[in-house]
Design a binder for this molecule. Structure first.
Ligand code: PEP
Ligand code: MN
Length: 272
């Protein structure tokens, strides 16, 4: 059956080879599994420096951290803002890590792109078309998270906005979707990984942290993602997740869990 697709540039029909995004020598979508790790939010210069050190020591390639946080309620911590981007840039440079941060509005794209290597579009903004259009005008890679109620077709069309604008560096992140189940924060759609790789040539990144919302499930779902063929992972880790984390502490790994997990992934890789 021939299904007519509304997206073109994102489709494997139009681009049979896998897209490999190269950022400062790191290749995303190639043979190496990429690990992005770090806190949900940048909190202090000391916090992001120490977590960067731990991500690097564990073998990660990218430091994650939000300076602009899309919180459900307006009274929750909203992020440090531009000052936090500077702290993260310093930490990334100090330890030789790429950085990824969320950008929520078109008017903040330029400043985020000035300080961070990879732009994250959060689940709540997957169909913020003005934001997607603006991201099409820069060349920084974009990690486009799946909207928590979005179909594959809608997700790939969102990617199409960025590609059509002239930025070919898009990766797609499965971070769980909303279902009737409430035990986990979201329902991890593991099949999205092979499905998107069949439909598209863009790299696929799994986010087992937001997909489960539970620290004790992150390790297993990370391994499942790798077995399913993910090109990379984005995992939350914090030095004090149960006490001082400003958000998502219950799903954030402790540093030793993060390090052990990456060690196990190295052993898993040759089997796949
Ligand atoms: C995050 O990465 O911290 C985040 C807010 O993710 P999502 O948009 O998937 O909820
Ligand atoms: Mn988070």
């Amino acid at each position: 059956i021939k299904i007519s697709k509304s997206y073109k540039l994102a489709s494997r029909d139009f681009h049979p080879d896998n897209t490999i995004i190269e950022v400062k020598g790191v290749k995303i979508g190639g043979d190496d599994l990429i690990v992005m790790g770090g806190p949900c939010a940048v909190e202090t210069p000391e916090q992001i420096d120490e977590i960067a050190r731990l991500v690097k020591a564990a073998g990660g390639q990218v430091l994650r951290g939000g300076a602009f946080k899309p919180r459900t309620g307006p009274y929750s911590f909203q992020g440090i803002g531009i000052e936090g981007l500077k702290w993260m840039k310093d930490a990334g440079e100090k330890y030789g890590l790429l950085t990824i941060t969320e950008v929520m509005a078109p008017e903040f794209v330029d400043v985020c792109a000035e300080y961070a290597d990879i732009m994250q579009v959060g689940t709540r903004n997957m169909q913020n078309f003005d934001l997607l259009r603006k991201l099409g005008t820069i060349q920084n890679p974009v990690l486009l998270k799946r909207g928590f109620s979005s179909t594959y077709d809608e997700w790939l069309n969102a990617a199409e906005y960025i590609l059509a604008g002239g930025n070919p560096n898009v990766m797609l992140c499965e971070r769980g979707i909303r279902t009737f189940e409430t035990y986990t924060r979201n329902t991890f759609d593991l099949a999205a990984i092979p499905v998107i790789q069949q439909l598209s040539h863009l790299p696929v990144i799994a986010d087992p942290s937001h997909a489960t919302g539970r620290r004790e499930l992150v390790e297993t779902m990370t391994k499942a993602s790798v077995a399913a063929g993910a090109n990379g992972l984005i995992i939350e880790m914090h030095t004090d997740p149960d006490n001082s984390a400003t958000g998502d502490g219950v799903q954030s790994l402790f540093p030793d869990q993060f390090a052990n997990l990456l060690k196990e992934l190295e052993q898993l890789a040759p089997l796949l």
